[in-house]
Design a protein around this ligand. Sequence first.
Ligand SMILES: [Mg+2]
Length: 157
Amino acid sequence: MAKNLALDLEGTLWVSLGTTLYPRPGLYGFLEFVYRSFDQVGVYTLLSEVRAKGAVQVLVDQGFAPPVFLERFLYICGPGGVKDLNYFPDTCLEETWILDDSPQVIPLTQRDRWVQIASFEPKERCQSAFGSIDPQPLDQELARVQKRLAQICGLAD
Ligand SMILES: [Mg+2]
C-alpha cells in the first residue's frame, strides 16, 4: 500500500517571525526521514504556493532542510480554510496522512488521518543556533512524531 504524507509548514516545521524563519531543531533529518519513508510528500498550507516554495528555498539554501524538499516540492491546492486530503493528487484517503499543529483545519471526517504535533515555539537557544548547519538533535516533539510516522510506515524502531 502506498503511503502519502501532507505536511503543514507554519507552526509544524517552522515559525516565521517577521521575515525570519525559525526551523524546528532537527528539521533536516526529519525531512530526510519523511521523504525516504513516504511514497509521496505534499505541502498542505494556508500559505500561497509562491510563499511556501520561497520559504522552502530559504531553508534549503541555509542548510536547514535537505534539497529533496525543493526537488520534490508538491503543493496541494485545497479549497481553503480546511485541509481536505481528497485534494492530495493521485492518492486515496486510506493511504494518506497529514501532519499539522492546527486542529481547526482538519475536517471532522478526516481526524483519523491526522498526526498531531504541538506548535513549535522558538526559544532563545534556537535563535542562537540559527545560522549553524544541522545536524542538531531532534526536538522532543519532532522525535515523538517521527516514531509515530515510522509506525504508520511499518518501520521498526
Ligand atoms: Mg500550522
